[in-house]
Design a protein around this ligand. Sequence first.
Ligand SMILES: C[S@@+](CC[C@H](N)C(=O)[O-])C[C@H]1O[C@@H](n2cnc3c(N)ncnc32)[C@H](O)[C@@H]1O
Length: 313
Amino acid sequence: MANTDHLFIKTLPSTPKPPARPTQALDKLLEEGVTWGDAALWLPRLPENSVDLFFTSPPYADARSYSRIHPDRYVEWFLPFARAMLPATTTTGSLALNIKNRVAKSGPLRGQRHPYVYELVLALQHMGWRWIETYIWDKPNAVPGRFGPRTKDAFEYVYHFAKGPQPIFNLDAIRVPYKTAPEEIERRKLRATPRKNTEAGFGRERSRTYVHGAADPGNVVQVAQTYNQHYGVAHTAAMPERLAEFFIKALSPEHGVVVDPFAGSGTTSVVARRLDRRAGGLEIHQEYVAVARKRLETDRSLEKRSEEVCRAD
Ligand SMILES: C[S@@+](CC[C@H](N)C(=O)[O-])C[C@H]1O[C@@H](n2cnc3c(N)ncnc32)[C@H](O)[C@@H]1O
């Protein structure tokens, strides 16, 4: 059999093992914010129905120095994590997965888009995860480069999967300001015949358009990519806080539990804690754990200071 070890991230021999009792494992994650450990070992130890939202950006196929997962084997690599997350998710809970396409570097598909993202989505759906929505993370500042017969990569996906038929979805928490000018909104509200049909007969009750005070943001989320922003040490794939904010606000309840199994520099935990969620994550590389913990600490002291300023005002 061919040696395929190099296709996977190996469990580092010294990575700490999870505690035997499930509640202890979850308590440790929530206490530490980001815990040094292999998600493959820790996720199966989490208590059933305990996590409201898994929000994560796993290593992309074949992309970074910290991982070498060949796109042909990506689904096989990811499925055990997904299988372990499913029972740990609450009945109203979700998995939001940030992932992006790649161009195949070798094999019969060389030079074409590799289908691993779509294969993974279908495999998760077959496993029992309910595929709720596909969001596009639109990156207005994506870096140009040489990409062959295609433009630069200016978007990534965030796939929303849910465990049950009625996942938490707080649209009001992510609404955005209306594009229409306030005076025009007022004028439209006063129309005697608010329903306006097209020639084909379709129409909308326009008087209800503005009852929510702000607009549905849609499933294209525009957030600028941030590069190497944390303490100079930098995780090369840190996600922008505003992206995490969007999904945590929409898909988890206040004081709920948010876990990122591939925590990197800890963006999910930092943002989730700021939003009054209980949050924890797992990271296999100890140096990133240190970065994440420092970030969490700094964020907490900044928050405390601004609370003090508010109280003093
Ligand atoms: C794309 S990065 C996540 C970046 C993160 N969202 C942030 O904002 O910094 C993926 C991370 O998963 C970690 N990782 C890979 N395999 C892992 C495993 N089995 N258990 C825990 N962490 C793992 C990698 O070391 C890497 O830091």
